[in-house]
Design a protein around this ligand. Structure first.
Ligand code: HGY
Ligand code: MN
Ligand code: MN
Length: 418
């Protein structure tokens, strides 16, 4: 461990200690007692939002919430008419989540503002800290609902998405929305100085480089596809193999085809994370299988070309096995580049705090994909143990959290300099 890391470990500032405690506090707010899960407009997600609003009000921020559960705290600057700088991240989580993904970005932003207020510093612009209601897209299979709502609103196609219970997003919003005292905040292109998000890396690059902090160059594009294969249910004991139209075996061939395509075209990554089949009984040949495909590549052209190739392979597999195939694009977002000016400022701040700074791309999606529609985006990555994420053992060391907060403080203070 470097000297700087050690010093941060030994002398943790109050704001960093509080941030670590708040991570634990928020991590305990879940909609199940079987691991951490906070979905769009679940009661747990709203309770987490309320908790963060409490912390924002302790800083004297003007606090607001939207009906969808997205929240924001506003800290005024010396020039109230200046364009605001946006900070923040998402409040929702995946299932069996770690407690840092999303939450750390909101909590670190508040900790950095706490440090600035403690040092009597007033920024030359307002700062808005946002906590987005949904980035993971677990409930409705549509990602970035929170950030999308504040930059573009939710269109008909999104409002008609249905959750596992068959409820449309529109109806869930109507029925379970936080309507009481709800504000309606929207940002248009050019409204803001920029959006900067601190997030755990969710990869191994910083750990292998033995660095606590990195600056993000850009966010990979992603396609989320839903595939349904339909064959014929049959008796498992009496149907000879050559006569079967087994949708499960067809799906298995597709999954292996996706895996070998990704191995052959690194850094392409392809994941089948969700699968359901019917009739789903042990003594019937599966009639239909529905599975998800998460397909990502830093280069959009390659992603589109390779996805087309894989779709062709899936259709061939279906044809060979006499299966019907339905291929539905659920969600696509192109790769986005972070802003050079923000990258430069963040790397300078990181070098000041940690001595070095690495620039790296993000394979994970982040709300910056939506926020770049209204202004320049920047991201600060914080090392996490073994790169593990979307897992209960996700871990970010307190001294690395402290480093992340210090980098945010340095970054914010750099706006005072010419
Ligand atoms: O899936 C992702 O890339 C992110 O965790 N939403
Ligand atoms: Mn995530
Ligand atoms: Mn995240």
């Amino acid at each position: 461990m470097g000297l700087l890391d050690l010093s941060r470990k030994l002398i943790m500032k109050a704001s960093a200690i509080r941030a670590v405690q708040r991570i634990d506090e928020l991590g305990a707010i879940s909609e199940t007692d079987d691991g951490l899960l906070r979905q769009f407009l679940s009661q747990a997600n709203l309770r987490a939002a309320e908790k963060i609003l409490e912390w924002m009000s302790l800083l004297g921020m003007h606090c607001e919430h939207q009906a969808d559960g997205t929240i924001r705290g506003i800290l005024s600057g010396s020039n109230p008419t200046a364009k605001p700088l946006l900070l923040g991240s998402h409040i929702d989580t995946v299932a069996h989540a770690g407690k840092y993904d999303g939450a750390l970005g909101v909590i670190a932003a508040l900790a950095a503002l706490e440090d600035l207020l403690e040092s009597g510093c007033t920024l030359p612009f307002p700062v808005h800290v946002l906590g987005f209601s949904d980035e993971e897209g677990v409930r409705f299979q549509a990602t970035y609902l929170g950030s999308r709502a504040v930059v573009a609103g939710l269109d008909e196609s999104l409002l008609s998405c249905r959750d596992a219970a068959g409820d449309a997003l529109r109806d869930v919003l109507e029925r379970d929305g936080w309507h009481d005292g709800a504000a309606h905040f929207r940002y248009a292109p050019g409204d803001v100085l920029g959006y900067v998000e601190l997030h755990i890396e969710q990869g191994r690059v910083l750990e292998e480089a033995k660095l606590p902090i990195g600056v993000v160059s850009g966010i990979a594009g992603q396609s989320r596809i839903s595939i349904t294969l339909k064959g014929q249910a049959d008796h498992a004991g009496t149907t000879p193999m050559p006569l079967r139209r087994d949708a499960m075996v067809g799906a298995a061939a597709c999954v292996l085809a996706a895996e070998s395509l990704a191995h052959a075209h690194s850094p392409l990554v392809a994941t089948v994370g969700q699968i359901s089949l019917s009739p789903n009984v042990s003594n019937s040949v599966p009639e239909s299988v529905k599975f998800s495909l998460d397909f990502r590549h830093p280069d959009d052209e390659q992603r589109v070309e390779l996805l087309d190739l894989l779709s062709h392979q899936f259709h061939q597999i279906a044809q060979q096995r006499d299966l019907e195939i339905h291929w539905q694009v659920v969600q696509e977002s192109g790769a986005v580049a972070c802003d050079d000016f923000l990258i430069e400022k963040i790397s300078r701040a990181a070098k000041k705090v940690t001595g070095r700074c690495l620039t790296l791309a993000s394979g994970a999606g982040h709300d910056g994909v939506m926020m770049q529609q209204i202004g320049p985006i920047g991201m600060i990555f914080v090392r996490c143990l073994k790169g593990l994420s979307h897992h209960p053992d996700e871990y970010c060391a307190p001294e690395d959290i402290a480093a992340g907060i210090d980098v945010l403080v340095e970054f914010l203070n750099s706006f005072h300099e010419a």
